[in-house]
Design a protein around this ligand. Structure first.
Ligand code: ADP
Ligand code: MG
Length: 577
């Protein structure tokens, strides 16, 4: 509820504006609202998804021309024309956006800019349709929207709806998935998030809002020419989000208002605007990297208790992992994987049994992590196959593993630092999300009940690992050992049939290692098979049912802990006793 206060205050201020201000301010206000309709959608791409879509003005251009042409040349109803502009924007959003799947950061930014430049050139040259450099009139509305304040309230209403929808999306599994691919892409894929699918939906949505904003923009301008859609405008949208702070709705909203109003209060500075924006950007990056949102984040400035201990509660596992008995094993058959000349795995056979703890030990570089990466689909084996039961695990498709019931943690914890611990763990439950993007955007009942289920499950997973009290804390404030348990909680939240742990005890105290050991044993007892890659021989011998010792990518020994302890080569080469 408290989170709604700033929005209510902004809305109230917007509603009383007509009582204090003249028509000139109606135009400024409408402009801020129209820009926000675009920026709100773009915020999901840039602020949440971390994609540098810097040329988003292209979609404003497309929406503006689509709506204007449909009204001027075909006499269409302006509202239908706005919607058509939205549809064109949505489709183009996907076309402009999809290179993001292949191109990294700056290269992607350049393609979006290139698209914007091409569009302006097309609008200039295609005179018979666009009016070329002379332009064409924007859609005109009938009463009550034909006055300055009429248009203001129309834009304000739509802006409010878009704000509500994007806030809903941000709070849903789609918002969590977006920041997950932004900050921890590999972990996101391991949790079953398909980057391609997610970005396609988000580009559709934010293309749509940009297209609708374009139509309204044309009405607001009353006449459009290609030079209304400048590079500066595109950069302003982008900077509004950076000023506001990524991963926030309120911050960019304030940033957008600020950047729309700034030229009004500082008219003489307009000639300097490019320089000013550059300076502003530099100041933000250097002085407040979290933007306005970080300044307003009071809750995460409260100090945390300094002596925190992690006390897992394995007895709560059964309620969480309520899957029936797992009968299939994970089987690697003659797997070979070489990096250049290095044979990281060199003909490996392993069977990880359901409901057992399988230890994988060996010196550094012996291929333990690589084995785990083959099972989790991050690497494709060059020879041999990995199976789940009788099914071959698909190659190079890590996002398929969560749905197959295979979860993992990482040798270096990969968490979303800017998200809360609870949100991080909820990412692990993504596979169980079935509500659609629109159901989330409109908070329909099915989405809401599903979200409650996912929240409950994530809280259960957190209490299992003993971190429930830190659920609301930003993950980047946690200690290293806590992050290891957060990763386990995230993996458990998907209720996996198999859990792959890559050196979970590294950096833990002796007490913590003991508790981790009991937790792992309990996880296996609850029916989830565990592959445990570890350096701590004691932990391995304590809790494993079966151990494989690797050396140079090959099996040096395999058997029960007792067999391994008695194995001469292992003892002399590796255990050193
Ligand atoms: P472990 O986890 O047992 O310490 P790894 O599986 O990480 O070992 O590595 C096994 C071997 O493969 C090492 O020689 C390592 O240098 C090499 N290796 C692992 N990943 C890569 C990679 N992405 N590119 C090149 N070589 C790699
Ligand atoms: Mg390793």
């Amino acid at each position: 509820m408290k989170a709604l206060l700033p929005y209510a205050a902004l809305l109230a201020a917007a509603l009383v504006l007509p009582f204090f201000a003249n028509d000139y301010w109606a135009v400024i206000g409408a402009r801020a609202a129209v820009y926000w309709i675009l920026v709100a959608g773009l915020n999901l791409v840039v602020g949440y998804g971390g994609q540098l879509a810097i040329g988003w003005v292209a979609l404003l251009t497309l929406g503006a021309y689509t709506a204007s042409i449909l009204v001027a040349r075909f006499d269409l109803n302006p509202f239908i024309a706005y919607a058509a502009g939205g549809v064109v924007g949505a489709l183009s959003g996907v076309i402009v956006g999809l290179p993001a799947l292949r191109l990294r950061t700056f290269y992607f930014a350049m393609t979006t800019l290139g698209f914007a430049t091409i569009l302006t050139q097309v609008a200039l040259s295609w005179q018979s349709v666009t009016g070329g450099g002379i332009g064409l009139p924007g859609p005109t509305l009938s009463p009550p929207f034909d006055s300055a304040w009429g248009l203001y309230f129309l834009a304000l209403g739509l802006a409010a709806i878009v704000t509500w929808m994007t806030a809903n999306i941000a709070a849903s599994r789609f918002g969590r998935s977006l920041i997950a691919i932004r900050d921890a892409e590999v972990a996101a894929e391991a949790s079953g998030i398909s980057k391609a699918r997610l970005l396609t939906i988000v580009f559709l949505f934010s293309g749509f809002t940009a297209g609708v904003a374009g139509g309204l923009f044309a009405t607001l301008q009353s006449y459009i020419t290609p030079d209304a859609f400048t590079f500066d405008l595109s950069v302003t949208f982008f900077i509004a989000i950076l000023v506001g702070g990524r991963g926030s709705i309120l911050g960019p909203l304030l940033g957008n208002i600020l950047l729309t109003l700034l030229p009004e209060f500082a008219a003489p500075l307009v000639a300097w605007s490019t320089f000013l924006y550059a300076a502003l950007l530099l100041a933000i990056v250097l002085l407040m990297p979290g933007g306005i949102a970080a300044l307003l984040d009071f809750r995460n400035r409260k100090p945390l208790e300094s002596h925190r201990s992690i006390v897992p509660q394995p007895d709560r596992l059964r309620a969480l992992l309520d899957h029936g008995p797992v009968r299939e094993d994970i089987v690697l058959r003659n797997v070979v994987l070489a990096f250049g000349g290095v044979r990281a795995i060199d003909g490996l056979d392993i069977t990880i049994r359901a409901g057992q703890v399988h230890g994988l030990i060996g010196p550094n570089g012996s291929g333990k992590t690589t084995t785990l990466n083959v099972i989790s689909g991050y690497y494709a084996p060059q020879e041999g196959e990995a199976f789940l039961g009788s099914r071959v695990l698909p190659h190079g498709a890590p996002q398929t593993r969560a749905a197959l019931g295979i979860a993992r943690t990482f040798q270096t914890p990969r968490v979303i630092g800017e998200a809360s611990v609870l949100q991080n763990v909820m990412v692990g439950a993504t596979v169980d999300g079935t509500a659609s993007f629109m159901e989330a955007a409109l908070t329909l009942p099915r989405y809401r009940s599903e979200e409650r289920t996912l929240t409950d499950r994530a809280m259960q997973a957190l209490s299992v690992v003993g971190l429930a009290s830190l659920a609301a804390v930003r993950a980047d404030r946690l200690q290293h050992s806590e992050l290891r348990f957060v990763e386990i909680a995230r993996a458990l939240a998907g209720r996996p049939a198999f859990l792959l742990l890559d050196e979970p005890a590294a950096g833990l105290s002796t007490d913590e290692i003991n508790r981790l050991g009991s937790l792992i044993k309990a996880i296996a007892a609850a029916g989830t098979g565990v592959l445990l890659v570890e350096h701590h021989a004691d932990l391995i011998f304590d809790i494993c049912d079966h151990v494989t010792v690797l050396n140079l990518g090959r099996e040096l020994a395999a058997g029960t802990p007792a067999d391994i302890r008695a194995h001469k080569e292992v003892v002399s080469a590796y255990l050193g006793a």
